[in-house]
Design a protein around this ligand. Structure first.
Ligand code: NAP
Ligand code: MG
Length: 501
């Protein structure tokens, strides 16, 4: 969806927005049993946007009970595939119809640019609901080869009640990545948005209810991680958890599962992704645009941000000169202005953390060529896009996830060194390689231990292609593609003796 450019359009929408403030359980708005509530803040201005119900274990219990009732009742889990498909297609359309409202809500709650929010919510989120809706009546079970007196069927069943725990960087898109396949499978869901960004998931639940999703199939429980997230992780009547967030918290979900009902846990976690510019790469506008986008898209608050840019010394000077020019052309500021390229960091604390990494880089001896601090003249949580040269693989800024607008150039000599540096990380979510040599491109793609490798473009793939991490970036579970259905289905064998008389 292309943003409108007349001034004030999105501010006008913002002024008239009704913001959801209650949890959503059993098809209804729900105040937290404790009566507690928390403020959600617009990080670009510091203004309190809304005071939202703060769920705890008691509310999670109610949500899981509603989800279980819905699942056992069968109005969603055992309904005809065509019926589930029709509801999810209506939901896709409803999100399209409400895209501006949802996008403005998302931008206010997160500091993300309206340009990105409109694309994610107007285009990508509906695509996810539509694609999985279309998959529902095109997925078949199997009949195994057996003797003629036996019938052995292999069928897929919805796994039951799933807990979905989400990060703040792509709030509604990550909700759609998980909800679309989980609902398509026939599961009931208990979803916890990040406490920084609870609003759009709550509004989505209202829209889903309006288009006919049965009560209790989608429950949204805003609250903080330690309380609400942990209650989901430890709940004995949740069959599966799918989590996206940091590696540290992902590890906690494994502990919660092992100390409760051994539920399977799908983990999509952090990254420290490399972008390789090999000696033969043409330093074109296209390459430079991709490199800058790979580091600064969403203010660098992106799990697959390619912050480690591993550049051959033969092309490094040209690369840096053009990257710096492109970086200086980026517009920071009001996230609701459709011309803005980089919005605000999600919170003041997060901004402080990112600035700490930038100082760390300086102390370690990397050279700041652009940015390097807070944005002058802007009151919100803004940071200038920062380019470092002379990063070495052992520096903390080359090893830990920064999650902010930082691009670090690590100079290397030749393809073997480039691959060795790229592989030298605990993470394995994403990698990009630029080269004109197609043989080399495939060779490097196979040698990088990453869930996604993109060649001559920075891309995470799309709804059709699985997304997830090697090493400390993820479990074997994948979001997206038909692979995502594996997280939300059980495989059952039905072995039948046909010779009964
Ligand atoms: P986070 O701190 O790990 O939080 C993720 C979710 O877990 C939030 O809902 C959070 O709740 C909850 N949580 C926090 N502490 C918890 C605890 N002790 N027990 C149970 N739940 C808890 O991550 P984030 O800062 O929101 O997001 C950034 C991270 O997500 C980055 O590491 C990024 O790489 C990763 N990410 C990965 C992918 C991917 O697909 N691999 C995509 C996007 C982001 P509260 O917010 O309420 O604390
Ligand atoms: Mg907020």
């Amino acid at each position: 969806m292309t943003p409108l450019t007349q001034p004030g359009h999105y501010h006008d929408i913002a002024r008239d927005l009704r913001l959801p403030t209650q949890a959503f359980i059993g098809g209804k708005a729900w105040s937290a049993v404790s009566g507690r509530a928390f403020e959600t803040v617009n990080p670009a201005t510091g203004a309190v946007l809304a005071v939202v119900a703060e769920c705890d274990g008691q509310d999670v219990d109610m949500a899981v009970a509603a989800a279980r009732r819905a699942f056992n009742g069968g109005a969603w889990s055992r309904t005809a595939p065509e019926a589930r498909k029709a509801v999810l297609l209506r939901l896709a359309q409803s999100v399209r119809d409400h895209a501006e409202e949802l996008a403005v809500m998302e931008s206010l709650d997160s500091g993300k640019t309206i340009k990105d929010c409109l694309h994610e919510i107007g285009t990508e989120v509906p695509t996810f609901f539509q694609w999985y809706a279309e998959l529902i009546d095109k997925t078949f079970g199997k009949i195994a080869p057996t003797a003629p007196d036996t019938l052995a069927m292999v069928v897929k069943e919805p796994v039951g009640v799933v807990g979905l725990v989400l990060p703040w960087n792509f709030p509604l898109l990550m909700a759609a990545w998980k909800l679309a396949p989980a609902l398509a499978a026939g599961c009931s869901c208990v979803l916890k948005p990040a406490e920084q960004t609870p609003l759009t998931a709550l509004r989505l639940a209202e829209l889903a209810s309006e288009v006919g999703l049965p009560d209790g199939v989608l429950n949204v429980v805003p609250g903080d991680g330690e309380t609400t997230g942990q209650a989901i992780g430890r709940h004995r009547d949740i069959d599966v958890v799918s989590f996206t967030g940091s590696t540290e918290v992902g590890a906690l979900f494994l502990r919660y599962a092992s100390e409760s009902n051994l539920k399977p846990v799908g983990l999509e976690m952090g990254g420290k992704s490399p972008l390789l510019v090999l000696e033969d790469a043409a330093i074109s506008d296209d390459l430079v645009g991709n490199a800058v986008n790979a580091a600064f898209w969403n203010g660098g608050q992106n799990c697959s941000a390619n912050m480690r840019q591993i550049v051959d010394v033969r092309v490094k000077d040209t690369f840096l000169e053009r990257v710096l020019a492109k970086t200086r052309s980026l517009r920071l500021g009001d996230p609701l202005d459709p011309e803005t390229d980089i919005g605000s960091m999600v919170t003041r604390e997060h901004r402080t953390r990112v600035l700490g990494y930038i100082d760390q880089g300086r102390r370690e001896g990397a050279r700041v060529l652009a940015g390097g601090g807070p944005t002058a003249g802007l009151a919100g949580c803004f940071i200038d896009p920062t380019v470092f040269d002379g990063v070495t693989p052992d520096m903390i800024i080359a090893r830990e996830e920064i999650f902010g607008p930082v691009l670090g150039v690590i100079p290397v000599d030749g393809v073997e060194q480039a691959v060795a540096v790229a592989r030298d990380t605990d993470y394995g979510l994403h990698a990009t390689v630029f080269t004109k040599d197609i043989d080399r491109a495939f060779d490097v793609a196979h040698r990088l231990p990453s869930g996604t490798v993109s060649v001559n473009v920075f891309s995470e793939g799309d709804v059709k292609t699985p997304f997830g991490g090697y090493k400390r970036s993820g479990s074997l579970a994948r979001d997206n593609g038909t692979e995502a259905m594996e997280q939300y289905t059980q495989t059952k064998t039905i072995w039948v003796n046909l010779k009964t008389g």
